[in-house]
Design a protein around this ligand. Structure first.
Ligand code: NAP
Length: 362
């Protein structure tokens, strides 16, 4: 698993070749502030080969944070990460491996009849309680999450997942009320606390799309303080002093800056944005879709572009995401080794300071 010594040794290997705050604190050590994502791409051998080369290039050149999920590319993304972890010369203790569970995964390819596959694979064997299934594809049922943790450990061929996210938990709000979903989160957190105690997981969190960046009137809104309370309750039930809920993931880029602009997370002083909330807590934020799924590599709004550092548009887009207050790591999906080289070089430029970041929104 990633350790303080291993991740610091990784940072020391690169000396001062990166800009200010390229490496940032992340339990139990540090992480690069640019991470490699593995979501996009077809479930094919050709894309597997591309990702293998891209992940290896990333690890060798200053990215020690890999993000995947059991359902990405029909489990192929996790398996490819597992391949690289077996072959790379970079120490396992230097690498943060993050994955997610919540969506029922296909296995290698999309089946001809997904409904029958889901029923035979998950419902009939009792892995997923059909009561907890949303849109036939998402569940936080602890038995299912437990099975998915095992599946991810097996796909990744590692002993410990450094960061385990519940994947898009707000999906559950499509057919359950808020109290029921908070209860389901607490039950899943209890399971994750047990898996932490067993050494299978380092820290855990939630990877979201809507939940924390929408107004509280939105049907898929979640309150971060309420989620944290459920993690505290879960740790208490399991008999753990300090809960392991340390991470949230959310989309953040120039076009989707709601995590900074929408003030919907309650505090004693009134509602604040989720990034402001996190800034005052011990949570880490990881951003997804950091370059708008590729769109922002083509062009940024000129007034924003002018404030950012980087030789290319993609580098400046990445530097926007990792300049936001509270952000620990910005994920960029990269199957191309050329993109890896270009994107890592974004880290040789300094991010914006807090005041300069604020002026973009004035
Ligand atoms: N709810 C969730 O949990 C959630 C949702 C979305 C994403 N994520 C995570 O966040 C990661 C990042 O998000 P994302 O992959 O959706 O979107 P993204 O990182 O904003 O964009 C990825 C796309 O940009 C392209 N790209 C990368 N660098 C480029 C460059 N320098 N110039 C031009 N194009 C470039 C990639 O192409 P190539 O692949 O060809 O290099 C890929 O098509 C995901 O991979 C995933 O791990 C999580």
């Amino acid at each position: 698993m990633a350790t303080a010594d291993g991740t610091w040794a990784y940072r020391n290997r690169f000396g001062d070749s990166f800009g200010r705050t390229y490496f940032r604190r992340f339990p139990p050590g540090i992480t690069s502030s640019i991470g490699i994502g593995t979501y996009l791409g077809d479930p094919t051998d050709a894309v597997d080969d591309q990702y293998r080369a891209a992940i290896e290039t990333a690890l060798e050149n200053g990215i020690n944070h890999i993000d995947t999920a059991v359902n990405y590319r029909c489990q192929r993304s996790e398996r490819v990460v597992g391949d690289v972890l077996q072959t790379t010369n970079v120490d396992r203790e230097s690498i943060v491996v993050a994955t997610k569970g919540g969506f029922l995964p296909f296995d290698g390819q999309r089946p001809d009849d997904p409904g029958t596959y889901m029923r035979k694979q998950f419902i009939e064997p009792g892995v997923v309680d059909p009561e907890t299934l949303v849109r036939g594809s998402h569940s936080l049922d602890p038995t299912f999450i437990d099975t998915m943790v095992d599946q991810s450990l097996s796909n990744l061929r590692i002993e410990t997942i450094d960061c385990y996210y519940l994947h898009n938990p707000e999906t559950q709000l499509l057919n359950a009320d808020h109290e029921t979903v908070y209860d389901r989160l607490e039950a899943a957190f209890e399971l994750l606390e047990r898996r932490r105690a067993a050494g299978d997981i380092g820290v855990y969190g939630v990877a979201t799309w809507q939940a924390f960046r929408v107004p509280d009137s939105h049907p898929q809104y979640l309150s971060l303080p309420a989620v944290i309370e459920r993690a505290e309750a879960a740790a208490e039930s399991v008999g753990v002093d300090d809960h392991g809920f340390k991470m949230i993931q959310l989309p953040f880029n120039v076009d989707m800056a709601d995590a900074f602009t929408i003030k919907a997370q309650p505090t004693e002083k009134g509602p604040v944005s989720v990034l402001e909330y996190v800034h005052e807590s011990d949570l880490s934020v990881v951003t997804s879709a950091s370059i708008g799924q590729g769109d922002l590599a083509a062009a940024l709004p000129p007034e924003v572009d002018a404030e950012l550092s980087g030789d290319t548009v993609a580098q400046r887009a990445i530097n926007f995401a990792r300049s936001a207050p509270g952000v620990t790591c910005s994920l960029v999906g990269m199957a191309s080794t050329d993109h890896v080289a270009e994107n890592i070089a974004a880290g040789t430029f300094d991010p914006l300071g807090a005041a300069a970041f604020d002026t973009i929104f004035e």
